[in-house]
Design a protein around this ligand. Structure first.
Ligand code: KPL
Length: 343
């Protein structure tokens, strides 16, 4: 565990029970909306979704909450199931006011905007509050620790899938696993694990010294193997299982990420990493990866924080990462072509 990851100076009030918490979810994309909806649906406490996406704010205010469609049973379920409206109060990230009221702030924004999200978290969190990152990419828990040195920081990863059907409505497209590591504050990690478990996520806490980097690199491996290929092929996750070319690229990507992680002394938290990628592809088969969604919307992707990070670390460690480099360049070229076509 690196030094920043374990630098939280606050410990969580041991009397806090997850049922009594006020929870702020920062970031109104698919996974942020899913968390707010699931937490608001099952728990008695107050859930706030903090976003600057105006259409999302208006839709949630109009509906009185986030609409949630459970499509986890089968792709067909997503089209036949009526949405439930889950209690969640929407807050505009740009006009926050009032005293700090959150006990837990879960950051769900893109990695590129973590510093801004951290400032929102600082504005919302009570003195003993906990900040959690369940974002894709590497370096988020360090960035949060820098901005929030007096709060406990918990890092986690999730392989659940979600997609925004329209502003204010999210589809839970696939069940996965959520791993939580406290980086020195075991009680904070316990609280977050209890919170997410009670909202129906298959959540497990891991506590060994290297846990934080381990869970983050585990998710990094999955994102490296799935996101850029789905973005380039323009297909839902499950379709990669039907393509021998995609499966062979995935094998190379996984081998490269494993080699870099090994050289860095990071233990990937899966018995069989390649099999884990296949499991995530099966569990989130109808899902459009976040990177494909970004490419389609013409917004910046997280490629620099995913395959780009592995390429950078590989160079520093003298480990070759040609497949990750190809995917990095492929996605960048795709985004540039989209930008040129739009201008
Ligand atoms: O994290 C994801 C993403 O799309 O960013 C996966 C797990 C691949 C689900 O789509």
């Amino acid at each position: 565990l690196d030094s920043r990851g374990s630098s939280s100076s606050a410990t969580v009030d041991a009397d806090l029970a997850h049922e009594d918490l006020n929870v702020a979810v920062i970031g109104g994309g698919a996974m942020g909306s899913l968390l707010a909806a699931r937490l608001g649906e099952t728990l008695a406490h107050r859930v706030f979704l903090v976003t600057s996406w105006q259409d999302q704010i208006h839709a949630i205010e109009r509906q009185g909450g986030v609409q949630l469609v459970d499509g986890t049973a089968s792709p067909a379920a997503a089209t036949h199931t009526d949405p439930v409206t889950s209690r969640a109060i929407v807050l505009n990230a740009e006009t926050l006011s009032g005293p700090p009221m959150a006990d837990v702030a879960i950051v769900m924004t893109k990695s590129a905007t973590t510093p801004q999200a951290a400032r929102v978290a600082r504005r919302l969190l009570r003195p003993n509050g906990v900040v959690v990152t369940l974002q894709n990419g590497v370096g988020n828990h360090q960035a949060l620790s820098r901005e929030l040195p007096h709060h406990a920081v918990v890092a986690g990863v999730t392989t659940d899938g979600a997609r925004i059907e329209r502003p204010g409505r999210v589809v839970h497209t696939g069940r996965g696993d959520t791993l939580i590591a406290g980086g020195g504050d075991v009680h904070a990690a316990q609280l977050v694990t209890a919170l997410l478990s009670s909202a129906g996520f298959a959540c497990k806490q891991i506590d060994d010294q290297r846990a934080m980097n381990s869970v983050v690199w585990g998710k990094l491996l999955i994102n490296c193997a799935i996101n850029p290929i789905t973005a380039i092929m323009d297909v839902p996750n499950g379709q990669l299982l039907e393509s021998s070319e995609a499966l062979s690229i995935i094998e190379d990507v996984v081998a490269e990420v494993m080699a870099v992680a090994e050289r860095k002394g990071i233990v990937i938290p899966f018995e069989d990493p390649l099999d884990q990628v296949h499991t995530v592809l099966r569990n989130t088969a109808p899902n459009f990866s976040s990177m494909l969604a970004d490419v389609r919307r013409g917004v910046a992707t997280e490629i620099d924080y995913i395959n780009g990070h592995v390429v950078k670390e590989g160079k520093a460690m003298r480990v070759r990462t040609p497949m990750n480099a190809s995917l990095l360049h492929g996605v960048k070229a795709l985004s540039n072509a989209k930008a040129t076509a739009a201008s």
